[in-house]
Design a protein around this ligand. Sequence first.
Ligand code: PLP
Length: 489
Amino acid sequence: MSDWRSIPCVEKHKEFLEKLITVLIDSTFESVSRENPVLRWRDPAHLQDIIKFDVQDGPRSQDNLLEIASKVFKYSIKTGHPYFMNQLFSGLDPYGLAGQWLTDVLNSSVYTYEVAPVLTLMEKTVITKLLSMFYKDENGATVGDGLFCPGGSFSNGIAINLARFWFRKTTQSSKRISSSNLVLFTSQDAHYSVLKWANVCDVKVILIKTDSSGKMDITDLRANIIEEQKKGNYPFSVSATAGTTVLGAFDPLIEIADICQEYNMWMHVDAAWGGGLIFSKKHSVLLRGIQRADSILFNPHKLLAVPQQCSLLLTRHQNIFKDAHSQQASYLFQKDKFYSADLDVGDKYLQCGRRPDTLKFWFMWQAKGTSGFEKHVNHLMTLSALFKEEVEKRDGFELVTDSCFINVCFWFIPPSLRSQYSLYNYKEQINSVAPKLKEKMTKRGSLMINYQPLHEKPNFFRFVIQNSGVDTEDIYYVFDELENLGESM
Ligand SMILES: Cc1ncc(COP(=O)(O)O)c(C=O)c1O
């Protein structure tokens, strides 16, 4: 059998796949070993030379493909490495990985029960469980519905569309309210996807001021709502954040819920990052008020370290997904099927074909139990508190702002700039430190930690972790490495 046929055949592919699995398993353990670098930096021209990216007319041999697979691994970033602290995702959970591999063998799409019976029930189980954690009505019953989405940005977008749909439905108006008269409020520290999707939906956005810790300023929110009403516009939604991207701040959800109730606005909470705290009895207090949200975005691929991507949009409105999205395509969602049409969840979604992101999450959940996720979250919070303490203790490190969550934002002040605040270009000099250090650590492959400026603040580092394989010793390593790299600056 030649290789152009899309079917595995024992004689031709078994040995190849077994060898590939060996490469994958070896790579898994190599990628998380502290003995190995986080990355092997190569500039693009060099990388083009190492991996021949061009595709060719004829097929490559299986040996050649195995060689390519090894190189792809070798020169990619090891996001499961304990020293990869660059993004709001990291880690390589063994059970999540197993769930991911299982997902790929199935190559399924979750729209109808006939195509995805197991996955449909699995999705329903996970969504119902999460709804019961985030939302409960007065009688303790679970309410609402949920969607798995291709990432948090997309979930934020769907929330804007739902808010608009709901607002138009619940507002008495003799004519359809134009999108351009609809106003959404979010903080200036909210994720940029809110702005992008507001743009796609053509609704106006007002950015609300934040305080020094990054929380939305409620007085400014109220003033802006009143101002927009005076202009004849329709304030229709507040997009609050529970765990902002850079500072890790939590907007005051209870006050925002009160304001939304007062002005008949949809309250969305972007808990892409902070949502995982719901698993921790100790730390879920940071999410107080979230149960009053009309919709909640939660990314298990962030704080819970579920493999990418795993994102959910939850709502307490039972039927709104169907009401807002359903098109009843007759080739998929036939009314005369022999089983209940409710099992065909695809019509609630904006996508047609859809990866079963539920499987890896459900599999991890089976492996760890809810208590395992709780321990994971508590461990991360403990390490992050330790990191903050060290910043406060060590010479040459300065906190940007006090933190209550995982994010610890700090400046590294190199020896030559210590106690030099009166220098006329001190801020400019500080601004150049983080990019230089980042270049050094990237080229050495010893650490990946992100930096950014924010508002008037010069570049600073943002420490974050999602990998519960990180230990106390790793925290000290980060400080030692930064000191080492910045010694001569
Ligand atoms: C607060 C917040 N919301 C939304 C997102 C977007 O999530 P995703 O990367 O899954 O699109 C991010 C990403 O970092 C985020 O920090």
